[in-house]
Design a binder for this molecule. Structure first.
Ligand SMILES: *[C@@H]1O[C@H](CO)[C@@H](O)[C@H](O)[C@H]1NC(C)=O
Length: 216
């Protein structure tokens, strides 16, 4: 009698365990599917950045008698940045802009205002970039003088910073944002090796390369 009861009990608990297992299995599958769908729907896309304008207000390359070359320059750039996500906001924690000539940094970093950018929002920054007695390698200075003589200089405008994604109250970890904008700037009146007049403008708006990676 008691044996029968135990057997029945064992059978019952066995099928209960089986049911529990398949229930948990389905639940786990649903949870994984939900996570995958949320990820697929919300997966953040990189901000789109366009260099709209670049103006060189002053540009003076001089060599000292001892040899080294020094650059003084004042450049203003206008950069438009679009958050192309429908549901994800971007929190800019730090964003610095510099100008480079053939991979050599020629201006000091200028910090852009930090803050929150709503989904599908545009923001336009117009920072000034300065170089004061920025030393130039002789071969770079020679190339820069040549480009000045050809009335066209090719600079890179780089932005470097940290962002976080924000969905409602949820905030992601820190991502590293790296932007590279090629900037062909035409000189108004090319006078090689000397300060050149004002209002040298970017020829065309150019699209920038944007990289976003984990880690700040
Ligand atoms: C750059 O500016 C500094 C300070 O105004 C000046 O002393 C220096 O001679 C300038 N250098 C060039 C290359 O114009």
């Amino acid at each position: 009698m008691s044996e029968k009861y135990c057997d029945e009990h064992d059978d019952d608990s066995g099928s209960f365990r089986k049911k529990l297992c398949s229930f948990l299995g389905v639940l786990l599958l649903l949870i994984l599917l939900t996570i995958f769908l949320v990820w697929a729907i919300l997966r953040p896309s990189k901000p789109r950045v366009v260099l709209q304008d670049a103006t060189i207000y002053s540009f003076s390359l001089a060599s000292s008698p001892a040899g080294p070359n020094y650059l003084n320059a004042t450049i203003q750039v206008t950069v438009a940045c679009r958050n192309s996500n429908d549901r994800i906001g971007i929190l800019y924690q730090r964003l610095d802009v510099v100008a480079l000539y053939k991979h050599q940094q020629i201006t000091l970093p200028t910090a852009l205002p930090t803050g929150y950018q709503s989904p599908n929002d545009d923001v336009v920054w117009s920072p000034f970039l300065f170089s004061v007695n920025s030393p130039m390698a002789p071969y770079l200075a020679a190339q820069l003088r040549q480009e000045q003589a050809m009335q066209m200089v090719m600079l890179q405008i780089n932005m470097n910073g940290r962002i976080k994604w924000k969905v409602g109250a949820w905030m992601s970890g820190v991502y590293h944002l790296y932007v590279n904008c090629p900037a062909y700037i035409a000189f108004g009146s090319g006078r090689a090796g000397a300060a050149v007049g004002q209002g040298m403008k970017l020829e065309l708006a150019s699209k920038c390369d944007v990289d976003v990676g984990l880690g700040g």
